[in-house]
Design a protein around this ligand. Structure first.
Ligand SMILES: Cc1cc2nc3c(=O)[nH]c(=O)nc-3n(C[C@H](O)[C@H](O)[C@H](O)COP(=O)(O)O)c2cc1C
Length: 307
């Protein structure tokens, strides 16, 4: 195939069309303003915004991040201005770019998730990403994501109120990811995103105290990529929902692994902290990979793992 021939990078996803499969992961891109200085956000398939709650949250006290081999720990604790302030102050900025806006939501109760779904879908976001997998908050979060019945209850409540597609974000901190995927599919989810961070801990050997204020945090970055690829693979075999895969993606080949495992789109997170233009190099690398391998439509890579 001609190395310069155009590759169709558009991906249908839960009733929407991603202009290309590369998104940015929630909590690592803020609301896009800082990154807007470095590149045109309209080149992204989607922006998953910082996790939103009904009321503003100050987040956890510092230290909230720590380095680890090939990754990082964070316990930011969902610091955000609240959903109403997001709609008023941030969404109009993001709407200035030709990209999908995905609102990531967290609640302490099922009712809070439902209220957020109503507020944000009426407010004009393109998709909801229901975070039932945050390891860094006391109530809600991971509690909903580790029990199939609770995960289904949140999904059903959100679906009743949402007027846009609902993507549920799963945690790898479970014994059986396929069971969780099936539970939220049966409850009406339109898509899955996975994975959120793995619970981890570091200890300062001089003070004998945890490095992070809250003790534990969420591990992200290349260290978790094989776990993430395995989760996407197992979820893709268990359900028919489209999947946004993430966890340690730092280059195009990493993204291809997720697509082959069964993801339809990918999100770049921690890699942004080393290189704020990483999503663009990954997108360009994906296009080159397709050209070099005679692939004219990126969609043909999804689930194309040979076994
Ligand atoms: C600093 C930081 C903040 C995060 N905040 C959120 C969040 O608010 N909501 C959410 O669903 N995931 C959050 N995540 C998880 C990421 O979206 C992503 O699922 C995870 O980090 C794995 O991808 P990565 O290894 O490419 O970062 C956060 C991750 C980091 C590193």
């Amino acid at each position: 195939m001609d190395a310069n021939r155009a590759v169709d990078m558009a991906v249908p996803f839960a009733g929407l069309t991603f202009q290309n499969p590369v998104a940015v992961a929630s909590g690592t891109f803020g609301f896009g303003r800082e990154y807007g200085q470095y590149f045109d956000l309209g080149r992204l398939g989607a922006v998953c915004v910082k996790g939103l709650t009904l009321r503003p949250r100050a987040g956890n006290p510092p230290p909230r991040v720590a380095e680890t081999p090939m990754g990082m720990l964070n316990s930011v604790g969902l610091q955000n201005p609240g959903a109403e302030a997001f709609l008023r102050d941030e969404l109009p900025f993001l709407r200035g770019f030709d990209t999908l806006v995905v609102a990531n939501v967290s609640g302490d109760t099922v009712e809070e998730y439902a209220a957020l779904a109503g507020l944000l879908s009426d407010g004009g976001v393109d998709m909801l990403e229901v975070n039932i997998s945050c390891p860094n908050v006391k109530a809600g979060g991971l509690l909903f994501g580790t029990d199939p019945r609770s995960a289904a209850a949140v999904t059903e409540a959100v679906k009743r109120r949402a007027r846009v597609p609902v993507m549920v974000k799963l945690t790898p901190n479970v014994t059986d990811i396929a069971e969780m995927a099936r539970a939220v599919e049966s409850a009406g989810a339109d898509a899955l995103s996975l994975i959120n961070t793995l619970v981890g801990m570091r200890i300062d050997v001089h003070t004998r105290r945890p490095v992070l204020y809250r003790g534990t945090g969420g591990l992200s970055g290349p260290a978790i990529r094989p776990v993430a690829v395995r989760c996407v693979y197992q979820a893709a075999r268990a359900v028919r929902l489209p999947i946004m895969g993430m966890g340690g993606i730092a280059c195009a080949e990493d993204a291809v692994e997720f697509l082959l495992a069964g993801a339809h789109t990918v999100a770049v997170g921690t890699a942004l902290f080393r290189d704020e233009t990483a999503p663009l190099s990954i997108l360009e690398g994906l296009t080159s990979y397709c050209q070099e391998n005679g692939i004219s439509d990126i969609r043909t890579l999804t689930g194309a793992l040979l076994e």
